[in-house]
Design a protein around this ligand. Structure first.
Ligand code: HEC
Ligand code: HEC
Length: 479
């Protein structure tokens, strides 16, 4: 075997930008492209390991990254505009905090001259051969897929700067989706222990500076300590103190709630730690921690069996791209299972779903409160649409991973530095409180709930009518 990690590692920092931007062939001399399932002329960037040694000094890297940033952001903007209607079209339904409207309408653009109804009538082979699968239904690349890593939205960066004087702004890349497709910020907090209180956030973003005041008298000492740890920054691949970082000043790192803002999500994204080579990795949109208490598997691919396991391993591995070697260099935090992890997990298990006033104790619509269209949508969800087979009430997840096999509809190809190919099984996320957490799917490829209805209609072949699709969306908004 070749010492792949070292060789690719040293070359990667220098090679990846120019190949990506100029489309130069990758002169690797490896025979392993076929094994990795990627074309000969494509740079895998990292095969298994990431570089431990960085070739250039920090200043040189930073200057180059700053210079390249606009090219990458323009490339991503072009992709997003090609895929989606990005306009601001609020509906009259508000997210649970009552501050931000849910966006409406199908936003995934169709190929010229074809409708969703026509697509649904074709076989997957026909869609693939005629290249008619809407681009917005494909896996979404990271805004700078070549580097990847955690990217925090602007609103959260500003707030943390104000509250903690901690800078979460990367110099090489920035958040790419418009604010109207992001969750409410800061999101409300509902606790399983005190449903009578409603939202306990006071409209504030929890931070290490204010959490104690906000939660005093509401949490136990154990939960309070768990929350402190969830708000304490620890080193991460791009946010750390070494020369291999993507923030200007050496950084204390990132906290759990820098992405899971207020126990929900702010739509921060990164690349999954589970897939190799690097170009095949999946973009991951931060999931909400609401309702985690009832879920049996965690992570879209990792399928860890407890919140404790995910908590323990998130900082150790996911923060470092699933690579324990670079983690050791950058100061990984190894939380103690009994005195830290257990407390952090207990706190996470308190974050409740937002209230759903139209649902009864079985998680089904109360006919007294629901409209005719919503009831019709429920009927479609549980019967013709077959949604409930993977998203059963009352929690609207079956705690399983399913392979939606969307790769039947397209040929594998490169797009913005990402190898677009089969994704494989993914956790069926819960749909409770779903209107609060755009964008949708593990990678955030779908901006609205209407898009998810079109996606599942096509991919599962259930052939819903326009009326049924509209009713289904109305039902999803009740969850
Ligand atoms: C990028 C910002 C980010 C940070 C920081 C972060 N997470 Fe996550 N978290 C994610 C993403 C993205 C996922 C989805 C992972 C996946 O799909 O495999 C996730 C998944 C989870 C899940 C499982 C959710 C599910 O649906 O199965 C838990 C629990 C969790 N994180 C807890 C934590 C804890 C605890 C920390 C701090 C140690 C943390 N996270 C830090 C982004 C983040
Ligand atoms: C075969 C199982 C299966 C069926 C049937 C199914 N889903 Fe899903 N659903 C999943 C999986 C798996 C995911 C995660 C996919 C991903 O992220 O790539 C998901 C994700 C979603 C999401 C996005 C969740 C999020 O947090 O971003 C929505 C919304 C959704 N499904 C709605 C529906 C609707 C509506 C139907 C019926 C028309 C349906 N699903 C049918 C398995 C299923």
């Amino acid at each position: 075997m070749r010492p792949v990690g070292f060789r690719v590692g040293a070359a990667a920092a220098a090679v990846c930008l120019c190949t990506a931007m100029a489309g130069m062939a990758f002169a690797a001399g490896y025979e392993s492209h076929e094994k990795m399932g990627i074309p000969e002329d494509v740079d895998p960037i990292h095969e298994t390991y990431l570089p431990v040694m960085i070739e250039d000094d920090f200043e040189t890297m930073m200057d180059k990254d700053i210079k390249d940033k606009s090219k990458f952001m323009e490339r991503q903007q072009t992709l997003l505009e090609r895929r989606y209607d990005l306009s601001d079209r609020p509906s009259d339904v508000m997210m649970s905090g009552g501050e931000k409207p849910v966006q409406k309408g199908v936003r995934v653009k169709l190929p010229e001259g074809v409708s969703f109804e026509q697509l649904a009538e074709m076989s997957p082979d026909e869609v693939r051969q005629k290249e008619l699968f809407p681009e917005g239904f494909l896996p979404l690349p990271h805004a700078k897929h070549e580097t990847g890593g955690q990217v925090i939205p602007e609103n959260h960066i500003k707030k943390i700067e104000e509250l903690e004087q901690r800078n979460l702004e990367r110099f090489d890349v920035e958040f790419d989706l418009p604010e109207h497709f992001q969750p409410e910020f800061p999101p409300p907090i509902f606790l399983t222990t005190r449903p009578d209180l409603g939202d306990v956030s006071q409209g504030k973003l929890l931070s290490i500076k204010n959490y104690y005041d906000i939660m005093h008298g509401i949490l136990t000492p154990v939960q309070m300590e768990g929350l402190r740890l969830l708000l304490t920054p620890f080193p991460q691949q791009q946010f750390n103190q070494t020369e291999d970082r993507k923030v200007e000043e050496p950084s204390l790192g990132i906290s759990c709630l820098d992405c899971h803002a207020n126990g929900h999500t702010n739509a921060a994204f990164h690349l999954n730690p589970d897939t190799r080579p690097h170009i095949a990795r999946l973009r991951l949109d931060t999931v909400s921690l609401r309702g985690m208490f009832n879920q049996q598997i965690h992570g879209s691919k990792r399928s860890l069996r407890s919140v404790e396991d995910l908590t323990e391993f998130e900082q150790r591995t996911a923060y470092f791209d699933g690579d324990q070697v670079t983690a050791a260099k950058k100061g990984v935090h190894l939380p103690d299972r009994t005195s830290q992890v257990a407390l952090m997990a207990q706190m996470q298990n308190l974050f409740d779903f937002p209230p759903a006033p139209k649902l009864d104790v079985f998680g089904r619509l109360d006919p007294e409160k629901a409209t005719e269209q919503e009831l019709k949508g429920e009927e479609v969800f549980f019967n013709k649409g077959r949604c409930a087979e993977c998203h059963p009430a009352p929690f609207y997840t079956d705690d399983k991973m399913h392979d939606l096999k969307s790769a039947r509809f397209f040929e594998p190809h490169m797009s913005n530095g990402k190898w677009i190919t089969a994704v494989g099984p993914i956790k069926s996320f819960t749909l409770r409180g779903i209107k609060d957490s755009p964008p949708y799917m593990h990678d955030g490829r779908l901006p609205t709930l209407e898009d998810t209805v079109e996606f599942f209609n096509l991919v599962t072949g259930v052939n819903l009518t326009k009326e049924e699709k509209e009713a289904l969306t109305a039902f999803l908004l009740c969850l």
